[in-house]
Design a protein around this ligand. Structure first.
Ligand code: SF4
Ligand code: SF4
Length: 146
């Protein structure tokens, strides 16, 4: 009858695993979750596109040439954080939001997007990207642009 006592004790203790999805669960501070792009810091250098082994990032220019859009496909992203590591302006962060479950019909909407407008030179009016605040900006070939 020892097992009945153990069974009763365990029933009294309740579930020992996380309550999720019926309740909150613990999320470590440094968990690598959804990729976020800060459009105020992104200079469109293409480094993140170049280092992303999953091919999850794309940069496309606006048709009128006034800027560009950077897109991260969350379903392709494997959360390796290489884009964050190599981004010269620290425009990439990985939030600790790991809630990525969605319906199959929503798979094409699982996207992080940032739109970046070019600035214009106050003297000559030429179109330019924001200046990178880091001296070690790597040189990325134009072929990484789409
Ligand atoms: S590496 Fe950083 S600055 Fe360069 S395009 Fe990607 S997010 Fe923008
Ligand atoms: S975390 Fe890794 S897989 Fe995801 S977008 Fe960045 S480089 Fe690509």
């Amino acid at each position: 009858m020892e097992f009945l006592k153990i069974l009763w004790d365990n029933l009294k203790k309740g579930p020992v695993t996380d309550a999720f999805p019926f309740g909150e669960t613990y999320t470590p501070d440094r968990l690598r979750g959804r990729v976020e792009i800060d459009p105020t810091l992104c200079v469109g250098c293409g480094t993140c596109v170049h280092v992303c082994a999953a091919g999850a990032i794309n940069i496309s220019k606006f048709e009128d040439g006034s800027g560009f859009e950077i897109t991260v496909w969350r379903n392709s992203c494997c959360l390796c954080a290489q884009c964050r590591h190599y981004c010269p302006t620290k425009a990439v962060t990985l939030s600790n939001d790991w809630h990525s479950a969605h319906r199959a019909t929503e798979k094409y909407t699982q996207i992080t997007r940032a739109k970046v407008k070019y600035d214009y030179c106050a003297v000559c009016g030429a179109k330019m990207r924001r200046k990178c605040s880091t001296a070690s900006t790597p040189s990325i070939p134009k072929s990484t642009w789409t």
